[in-house]
Write a protein that binds this ligand. Structure first.
Ligand code: HEC
Length: 162
């Protein structure tokens, strides 16, 4: 059984975690966020859970425990932007895999921002990736003119989720 404690920031989630712990339910926490004046008994947080939107299987690690998942009001908006970027990406999908790093016409883009370097030898920073999209090169068409700035922003947001 997994027990999820959720709510907006400052809504009493730490208190709820402490109550569950007092009642004998172990909590999944790392103690990384130290107690402070707002929360003298600690925040009872588990840092990796913030990656949950990217890695839903993380929730398995809270089996038999209570875990705190703070509701981030901006989260839905970020997902929406990435979803729009995914649509823009359809035209890139002919040459790029999004779900593996296996090469199609161009390199697979899974984990793009975590690569040591890009095929062109540069570091996978947002600036360099934007430049790759704008200018293309080495078999990739340039998108400087054909994509709007908003579309490129959405696309980058999507690429960051890979
Ligand atoms: C006709 C095929 C083709 C299309 C369409 C294409 N690309 Fe590429 N892309 C490539 C090739 C080939 C490379 C490798 C370039 C090199 O070796 O420097 C590349 C490289 C990249 C890289 C660098 C990846 C790395 O690991 O080095 C990114 C990011 C990228 N493309 C994103 C996109 C996006 C976003 C789109 C759609 C807007 C797109 N590409 C459309 C062929 C394509």
């Amino acid at each position: 059984m997994i027990t999820i404690v959720s709510g907006l920031p400052r809504s009493g989630t730490s208190l709820m975690m402490q109550m569950l712990a007092a009642g004998g339910l172990p909590s999944l926490t790392d103690g990384d966020r130290k107690p402070d004046i707002d929360n003298p008994r600690g925040y009872c947080e588990w840092e990796p859970i913030k990656q949950l939107p990217k890695d839903p299987m993380l929730i398995d690690q809270s089996e038999g425990k209570a875990v705190k998942i703070i509701d981030d009001p901006a989260h839905g908006i970020r997902i929406e932007i990435a979803e729009k970027g995914k649509e823009v990406f359809q035209q890139c999908g002919v040459c790029h895999n999004a779900d593996t790093d296996e090469k199609k016409m161009g390199p697979g883009l899974k984990g793009l921002f975590k690569k040591d370097k890009l095929a062109n030898g540069k570091k996978p920073t947002e600036t360099n990736i934007r430049a790759q999209i704008d200018d293309g090169g080495n078999g990739m068409p340039p998108y400087k003119e054909s994509l709007g700035d908003g579309e490129k922003d959405d696309l980058i947001a999507y690429l960051k989720t890979l």
